[in-house]
Ligand binder design. Structure first.
Ligand SMILES: [Zn+2]
Length: 392
């Protein structure tokens, strides 16, 4: 038996003081009790706050070799061009940087990850890792008539992940990159385990533009970069991209909408009402890196309690740290409390990934991992020096 305590304990349900968390040798929570009932010498006491292990709801391990290789602030369309241009590296470097990224997340107190795969490079690392991974295999491609081919490419990676006993699902990449024929194939597929989805949503203004009238930066990307005829392959709907996506999305399944930088408060509200299993993923550092702009998280706070936090990949971030993401949110939106951010960073991600029976909160019977956060201010807000250390 082990006993842990700190000045504050964020359980992801409440904030406790003068309390002790009791676990077995493996870290399973046996009890939470008042510190008065225990001999001080039997308790490991930490200065700071303890909280459950973090859930990184959105990452792309396989892009880890791109750290510091793409220029900041050029917008999503240029970012996609840059990424595809340099998406080529020796396999040993790709694998080595994936392993290092996995270790970095472990050190930073991350216990579970929703990780995007377009190929099989990260699967072995995920299988061996002490971190829990759900692999989202993205299906995408611009030509409607090639939908079967795009889907079968995704299926190959999915089947390999399944054989390796990894939780996995096939998911649409983004509204603009998935034509209706492919959307149908994805949502008709019933082999996902569990059946959950993760979709890049409204990350840039250009996404809205191409759906409204077929023009803008995405049209140029399709025409000039992919050398396709956008007028042939892309049919504008005259409505915003989220409406296109929602026509296909099954209401009863969990889905993570990632980024949402250009989602309006009205869209957030209506979608949350109509689709109660949609979770909204904040990736603030990646948004700053790519678009130099953040969503209005105050709106999110007022409209939905289903917010998760992701790091996105090292192509658009210099760290894989959920604490860094929380600090970025709070430094831009000081009214969002640490307690709320911890919930976004732990229990909400665990619920989305359907692993909340084990992860996401300090509760009896769970084995969520425990992190120490040091140097909080007196009002519990993060200071510049706040750091995370994995205790168990
Ligand atoms: Zn992403």
């Amino acid at each position: 038996m082990k006993k842990y305590s700190a000045n504050k304990i964020f359980t992801a349900k409440e904030v406790l003081e003068k309390s002790v968390v009791i676990t077995d040798e493996e870290g399973k929570i046996l009890a939470i009790d008042s510190i008065e009932n225990h001999d001080r010498a039997s308790i490991q006491f930490f200065e700071g706050a303890i909280c459950p292990g973090f859930v990184n709801a959105h990452c792309h391990l396989e892009l880890s070799y791109m750290r510091n290789r793409i220029a900041r602030g050029s917008g999503l369309v240029q970012f996609v061009k840059d990424l595809l241009t340099i998406r080529n590296e020796k396999l040993n470097i790709i694998i080595q940087t994936i392993d290092e990224a996995n270790e970095e997340m472990f050190r930073n107190g991350i216990v579970a990850v929703g990780d995007i795969s377009n190929d099989d490079h990260s699967l072995l690392t995920k299988q061996k890792s002490k971190i829990f991974y759900h692999t989202f295999v993205e299906a995408y491609g611009f030509k409607p008539e090639n939908a079967e081919q795009y889907f079968s490419d995704a299926k190959k990676v999915f089947l390999k992940a399944s054989e390796m006993k990894l939780a996995a699902s096939i998911t649409p990449h983004a509204p603009y990159s998935v034509p209706p024929t492919l959307m149908n194939l994805i949502f008709e597929w019933k082999e996902n385990h569990p059946e959950i989805f993760s979709i890049h949503n409204q990350e840039t203004k250009a996404e809205t533009k191409i759906f409204l009238d077929g023009t803008g930066d995405f049209k140029n990307l399709i025409d000039d970069f992919f050398k396709l005829n956008s007028a042939e392959v892309f049919h504008p709907t005259g409505k915003r991209s989220i409406e296109y996506l929602l026509q296909f999305l099954p209401k009863e399944k969990n889905a993570l909408f990632v980024h949402n930088t250009f989602t309006t408060a009205e869209e957030l509200k209506k979608t949350s009402e109509d689709f109660q299993n949609v979770f909204w993923c904040a990736c603030p550092k990646a948004n700053m890196y790519i678009e130099n702009r953040l969503p209005d998280y105050n709106n999110w706070l007022q409209i939905t309690d289903k917010v998760c936090i992701g790091t996105d990949s090292l192509a658009s971030n210099n760290t894989l740290s959920i604490l860094d993401e929380m600090k970025t949110i709070q430094s831009n939106f000081p009214e969002i409390k640490t307690e709320t951010l911890i919930n976004w960073a732990t229990i909400n991600g665990a619920k989305f990934l359907e692993i909340d029976s084990q992860f996401g909160s300090i509760e009896i019977g769970k084995q969520p991992g425990i992190n120490l956060i040091s140097d909080l201010n007196g009002d519990n807000s993060f200071s510049k020096n706040s750091a995370v250390r994995k205790i168990i």
